[in-house]
Design a protein around this ligand. Structure first.
Ligand SMILES: C[S@@+](CC[C@H](N)C(=O)[O-])C[C@H]1O[C@@H](n2cnc3c(N)ncnc32)[C@H](O)[C@@H]1O
Length: 329
């Protein structure tokens, strides 16, 4: 997917007519997100919106991911995971390492540090190396946040993957916690299985090591054709992505665990999206209102330039967010 649309273009050269390019912030800039910009990135309150627009447009030039156009990167998916407060933060504070795979703007890592996690053993990885510099620009922490960015392609063929940054700089069996938010759902089923197996191989050999995250899910599970401009491979073949139900997701990871020869226990559920926001611990922003206010995508919306329309990339009727954890036993 990363090799579509000719990759990065210079600032301002990417069309903003894709409907998931939302021209203005509405409810995405939550109190939590603003707090991080003001208190962690030290952006003056009156400049926060413009700071976000400026860097978001640079990111759009790297690649028009829905997470960039729709400002998902302000929603801090990792912090909404049910294990974030009870397990992830305490374990980082006692010395565990964490890799954010498909880290994009690096927001989940900055939220961890803001919430008290030490940054020394935190790593980011993405197929686009440009996100390293852009994350420093967004979070204004080039001098304080560690330079632990590993540019790598999780879909690379075996030989290249074994020589890549993830395998050579982190290494197999080394990382205690691997976060994959809005990541695996970018791929079709076969590639998800390949990537899941690689992720398990990166995971520490210690029992209790953890893979966790969230992504778009659907019931029943299905392989779906992608929407333009993501819909064709370089060879003109139709590109698909696999959307999971909790059961199909659990099954995928059990298969990956047996390919990797690693014993795991898997949990996956839609339950977070079905709860009310007041049931969450204070300080965790659920983004539920933001999701509820978006209207379904139609073909007519595809080339809309209207800033009034708020169109989501993923809008299948049953689309929900699937939360999961995979624990090495
Ligand atoms: C939808 S974004 C999610 C970003 C972030 N985790 C979040 O929750 O906002 C998916 C990220 O995966 C990265 N990605 C896509 N294909 C990849 C690949 N083959 N190898 C590594 N990263 C990839 C993209 O560049 C992008 O930053």
């Amino acid at each position: 997917m990363a090799h579509m649309l000719d990759g990065p273009v210079p600032d301002g050269a990417r069309s903003v007519s894709w409907p998931w390019y939302h021209h203005v912030l509405t409810d995405e800039l939550t109190v939590d997100a603003r707090t991080l910009f003001e208190q962690y990135a030290k952006v003056p309150p009156k400049d926060v919106e413009n700071h976000i627009y400026r860097i978001r447009d640079k990111a759009w030039g790297i690649f028009p991911w829905p997470c960039i156009g729709e400002f998902w990167f302000l929603s801090f998916g990792l912090a909404k995971h049910p294990l974030y407060h009870n397990l992830v933060l305490p374990r980082l504070k006692t010395g565990d390492s964490l890799l954010d795979l498909g880290s994009c703007m690096g927001q989940d890592l900055r939220k961890l540090v803001f919430d008290g996690a030490p940054s020394e053993k935190i790593y980011a990885s993405d197929v686009f190396p440009q996100y390293e510099g852009l994350s420093y620009e967004l979070w204004r922490d080039r001098d304080t946040f560690p330079h632990h960015f590993l540019a790598d392609d999780v879909l690379a063929d075996n030989e290249d993957f074994m020589k890549g940054a993830l395998m050579t700089k982190l290494g197999p069996g080394q990382t205690d916690i691997i976060a994959i938010n809005m990541f695996l759902h970018l791929f079709d089923y076969e590639n998800q299985l390949k990537v899941a197996t690689r992720i398990i191989r990166l995971l520490s050999h210690r029992p209790g090591s953890l893979i966790l995250g969230s992504q778009a899910g659907v019931r029943p599970p299905m392989e779906q054709p992608l929407k333009p401009p993501f819909d064709k491979t370089e060879d003109g073949e139709t590109r698909t992505i696999y959307r999971h139900s909790p059961d199909s997701f659990i099954d995928l990871w059990k298969r990956a665990g047996s390919f990797a020869g690693v014993p795991i226990r898997v949990w996956a559920d839609f339950q977070i999206m079905e709860k009310k926001s007041e049931q969450y611990p204070a300080g965790v922003d659920t983004g539920l209102e933001a999701v509820a206010s978006k209207k379904p995508f139609t073909a007519d919306d595809l080339f809309s330039t209207s800033s009034a329309k708020r169109v989501l990339f993923s809008t299948e009727p049953e689309a929900r967010r699937l939360y999961f954890s995979i624990i090495r036993t």
